[in-house]
Each structure stands twice: as C-alpha cells, then as structure tokens.
Write a protein that binds this ligand. Structure first.
Ligand code: TPP
Length: 327
C-alpha cells in the first residue's frame, strides 16, 4: 500500500500547498536577509517542510502547539497569519508578538500557537502543562511539542515524558530528527539506539517514519491525535528529515564539511515538495496550469506580506511596558 493511501486528494493538495508556501516564504526570507532589516537570527526549515505540513493538517485550531528555534513552518502550518509572521521578523508592531519577539518568539493564541523559544527543551514542559489543562477541562484538545533530536538530550524532555505517561496526558511529541545538533552528528551525541524506543520505555505510544513524506506524516499524526483525544495517553512521533541550509542563517554551509556532499545530495533528491508535486501530477490531482496558478497566488501573498511588514510601524515604548507587564 502506498504511503498516505488513506489520504484524500483534497488533503494531498492541502499538504502540497502548505509545504510549497513554507518553502517559498523561507526562500524569500533568505533572499532578503542581507538587507539587514530583519535583525533577529533565523533558523530556516527548508527541507523539513513535510513535518510541519503533515502534523498541523491533522490538528484542530484549538489544539495547542509549542515549538523551538526552528519554528517558522510550525507557525505557518498551524494557521499563523503570514503578515503578522513577516512583520514579527522585521520587529514591527504588526508582528504576532508585537515586534518584540522575532523569529524565535512567535506566538499567536488565536490559532493555538502558544509559543516557541530558543532555549532547547524549554517549551517541552509547557506543552505537558497545556495537555494537562486540556485533560482537566475535558475539552478534547491535544497539546503538541515540536523539537529536534538535540532536545532529546535535555533532562526536562524525559521528566515531561515521565509525567505525561503517568497522567496519560493528551500530548504529542514530534521529534524532527535531522541528524545534527548545529554541527555535531547524532552518533557523536547519543548512543546507537532509536530515539523513539526510549520514549517507548517511558510508556509512550511511538511511531517512526519518513519525515519527507508529508502524506505519511499526516496519516501517522492523525492516528496519534485520535489516540490522545480518546484519553489513551501520550504519543511520540519521530520523523527523519534533513535541514538544507546552515543551522542559523540564510546560507548554505556545505563548505564547512561537517556533513558530506553525498549525504546532502541524497536528501536533496528526496525533496518533500518536489516529490509530492510529482505525485499530484502523476495522479492527475494537479495539472501544470493549476500548479502554476497556485504558485502565483502564493508568491503574491508573500510579496504582500513583505509590503505589510515594511510599512508596519515599529513598536512604541508604551506598548513595550504593556507587553512585559500585562497578561
Ligand atoms: C539549553 C540549550 N543548550 C544549547 C543551546 C544552543 N543550541 C541552539 S540550537 C541547538 C541545536 C539543537 O538541535 P536540535 O534540537 O536537533 O534542533 P535543530 O537545530 O537540528 O532543528 C543548540 C545546541 C540552546 N539554545 N539551549
């Protein structure tokens, strides 16, 4: 059976659209970064779009998402506002955190994106707390923490897993295993055992799969979400994927040789956006004209978001006090 065989044509299209949009936004940010008008560091997710798109398509608006330093795809796929996103990176008042947060402090309660922070592991216990609140309120929502393989080395991740298993929290951990923490490969940081097997030992339901296959990510997440909503306990999803650009910044960093050209080439061959586009064309869910129209529409939306960000005023000093001390 083909991966994603239970995924409808409409869902496949939504996955492709979401991934293509994230890809083009990230590339547009990279192209404009040298203008020095975005003054925050950026950790781009080019290459990893299928995880954001696949997971978030399986969620409801009221499900609560927490993320890390590489959060752009998660925010956008969860329904975050594109204008507010770009304005946030430009430090403008129209940003989703009022221009005070930048790339690594995105937040938007309206779409259940409850925040991202750069301290590795710091949002993991917040997601567990949010899941506990959902459980106590009996509201059928689930909480999700996105993190990387590096976050699995943080003690707080294991403390949260212990508590979530004990309380059977409606919690999903999504580990985007891109094989590196900055420049250090996984095999120099963790023993040779699958990450998700450790989650199993904590008493979690687990799944591991191809993080470049958006349909497979979506199917696995949909199953995990249903399980958690039924009160059957937390689920750990490990998806294997690859970051294309440098750890932090808009450039490629292949010249640093911390990963081989061959390895990178193999992952690039398996580009999540291109492979789903091919599948949609093969299965005649898309035709070249529809594809072009969709791409043009997304490019216009992106250009409009940059205009919005550039025209948005900077935050005021009064606004700063409100943001820091008001709830
Ligand atoms: C507690 C903590 N330790 C170290 C860092 C420095 N740091 C920032 S990002 C990062 C890599 C994290 O790797 P991973 O979680 O796998 O995410 P990826 O960058 O691969 O998406 C590190 C070590 C930090 N921000 N916080």
């Amino acid at each position: 059976m083909k991966t994603g065989a239970s995924v409808t044509p409409g869902e496949l299209l939504a996955l492709y659209r979401s991934m293509f949009r994230i890809r083009r936004i990230e590339e547009s940010l990279a192209a404009r970064y040298a203008d020095q008008e975005m003054r925050c560091p950026v950790h781009l997710c080019v290459g990893q779009e299928a995880v954001s798109a696949g997971v978030c398509l399986a969620l409801s608006r009221t499900d609560t998402v927490y993320s890390n330093h590489r959060a752009h795809g998660h925010y956008l796929a969860k329904g975050g506002d594109l204008n507010a996103f770009v304005a946030e990176l430009y430090g403008k008042a129209g940003g989703c955190a009022g221009g005070f947060g930048g790339s690594m402090h995105l937040m938007d309660k309206r779409v259940g994106f409850l925040g991202c922070t750069p301290i590795v592991g710091s949002t993991v216990p917040l997601a567990a707390g949010s899941a506990w609140a959902h459980m106590l309120r009996k509201n059928q929502s689930v909480a999700i923490a996105f993190f990387g393989d590096g976050c699995f080395e943080e003690g707080v991740t294991h403390e949260a897993m212990n508590l979530a298993a004990l309380k059977k929290l409606p919690l999903l951990f999504v580990c985007e295993n891109n094989l590196f923490s900055v420049y250090t490969p996984l095999k120099e940081r963790q023993p040779d055992r699958p990450i998700h097997e450790v989650a199993k030992a904590h008493g979690w339901g687990v799944h591991a799969g191809d993080g470049n296959d958006a349909a497979g990510v979506f199917e696995a997440t949909r199953r995990a979400v249903a399980w958690a909503r039924e009160g059957r306990g937390p689920q750990f999803l490990e998806f294997f994927t690859y970051r294309w650009l440098e750890h932090c910044g808009p450039n490629y960093d292949d010249h640093l040789s911390y990963r081989s050209e061959r390895e990178f080439g193999q992952w690039k061959e398996r580009c999540p956006v291109v492979s789903l586009e091919r599948r949609l064309l093969d299965e005649k869910i898309l035709d070249p004209k529809m594809t072009q129209e969709m791409k043009t529409e997304i490019e216009c939306e992106i250009q409009a978001a940059f205009r919005f960000a550039l025209l948005s005023p900077p935050p005021s000093a009064e606004n700063l006090r409100q943001r820091v001390y008001a709830d």
